[in-house]
Design a protein around this ligand. Structure first.
Ligand SMILES: [Zn+2]
Ligand SMILES: [Zn+2]
Length: 158
């Protein structure tokens, strides 16, 4: 992963130096340094590949590294579990916020009311009341509606 990062930075630096005069001594130095960094990264990548191949062929030959790898993997799962829990927590908080907003938003005029308010401060509609379903056509109407918005039948339950 570190290799990708440095490779990416090298690429970025190269991109930047492309806008500068190529005979500038600083650019020449920077290009030379970039080339060295690139080659070192490539060398590192080959070593990593060799390491993985050797590991796959004979994991018993590296007991010390095996222990370290196991510890890293344990920590990795713990870190992933922690991230997961945090994400769930955030989701739940967002959901709770949405629900609170739905409770205080007027279903009729859309006005936002402060928490704990029972009637819309704009139009007086009861907040948090059940929606009125039309028994005739099934249309969902905002609480406090007297006639179905779809078929015009009176909504009796109110
Ligand atoms: Zn209202
Ligand atoms: Zn209806």
């Amino acid at each position: 992963m570190a290799n990708d990062l440095f490779g990416g930075l090298g690429g970025l630096m190269k991109g930047l130096s492309g806008f500068m005069p190529q005979d500038d001594p600083n650019v020449i130095l920077m290009n030379a340094q970039n080339e060295i960094n690139d080659l070192k990264n490539q060398e590192e990548a080959v070593y990593t590949e060799i390491g993985k191949l050797a590991w796959a062929q004979n994991p018993g030959a590296f007991p010390e590294q095996k222990n370290r790898l196991e510890l890293i993997r344990q920590n990795l799962s713990a870190a992933e579990a922690k991230l997961n829990a945090k994400q769930q927590e955030q989701k739940a908080a967002e959901q709770a916020k949405k629900e609170a907003e739905a409770r205080t938003s007027c279903p009729k005029c859309g006005a936002r009311n402060p928490d704990g308010v029972k009637f819309c401060q704009e139009c007086g509609t009861k907040l948090g009341a059940a929606k009125a379903f039309c028994t005739s056509c099934g249309q969902e109407n905002p609480p406090g509606t007297r006639f179905c918005g779809n078929c015009g039948k009176p909504l009796s339950s109110l």
